[in-house]
Design a protein around this ligand. Structure first.
Ligand SMILES: [Zn+2]
Length: 241
């Protein structure tokens, strides 16, 4: 098992850890701040620093082969690190913070557009949610509402509930395609005070004012009942998938 340090502190950028295993080019550590791709949020990038000062570039982070493990995808795909090797890790904080801002913004979008969410993804500077809606939402109106919410600068907080408690409140689950991670017996709820409450394992900003201004890049019809709403931060080229 890899201890998920980003769960306790999404703002930490550096940590110390030891190699516990993995495959060539993908070491597994006993603890990490690198978020593994999942729940629509991409994996973190950064560096692992060996005791001799050598920096290993981490190009992506994935869930490991074994449940509960995090694999750090190295630029050097052949490199093998011996178990027990101590190292320091440092995530690319500027990129992660943009991902946290957009990820949290998608929670707000799901509060502005009241419809079941059928899919979603976060990227660096952009994001999207798919809604089960017969009519397209009005883009300018959504953008105004979203930015007005962000200006409220509400705090984001977390609490854990049991799987059974979640089963008793199915209305908490807005995302039809991405079910909250179960099996560990408990699920983390993310609360944007007064605005949104839903289970989520991703990383979020502490206050929504940090998101800053967002734009609705596009509203697309993806099937008879599906509307895709794409967001971006100003100044980001909309070469988005
Ligand atoms: Zn989330």
């Amino acid at each position: 098992m890899t201890e998920l340090l980003f769960r306790d502190d999404a703002y930490a950028t550096e940590f110390e850890a030891a190699v516990t295993g993995g495959v060539p080019g993908r070491p597994v550590l006993d603890r990490t701040l690198f978020y593994p791709e999942g729940g629509g949020q991409p994996g973190d990038t950064g560096v692992l620093v060996l005791p001799d000062g050598r920096e290993l570039v981490v190009t992506d982070t994935k869930k490991g082969v074994e449940a509960g493990e995090v694999a750090h995808v190295l630029a050097d795909a052949a490199l093998v690190l011996a178990p027990g090797t101590r190292l320091q890790g440092r995530i690319d904080w500027e990129r992660r913070h943009r991902l946290m801002r957009m990820h949290t913004c998608l929670h707000l979008l799901s509060a502005v557009i009241v419809a079941p969410v059928t899919g979603g993804a976060v990227g660096d500077g952009y994001g999207r949610l798919d809604f089960d809606l017969p009519e397209s939402p009005e883009s300018e109106e959504v953008q105004e509402k979203l930015n007005a919410l962000i200006k409220r600068d509400a705090p984001v907080s977390f609490r854990w509930i049991t799987d059974a408690e979640l089963d008793a409140q199915p209305e908490l689950v807005k995302t039809l395609s991405v079910q909250p991670p179960r099996g560990a017996g408990r699920v983390r709820l993310v609360q944007v005070e007064g605005i949104d409450l839903q289970p989520c394992g991703g990383t979020h900003v502490a206050r929504i004012g940090e998101i800053g201004e967002v734009l609705i890049a596009k509203v697309e019809k993806k099937g008879r009942q599906n509307r895709r709403v794409r967001l971006e931060f100003p100044g980001v080229a909309a070469t988005i998938s």
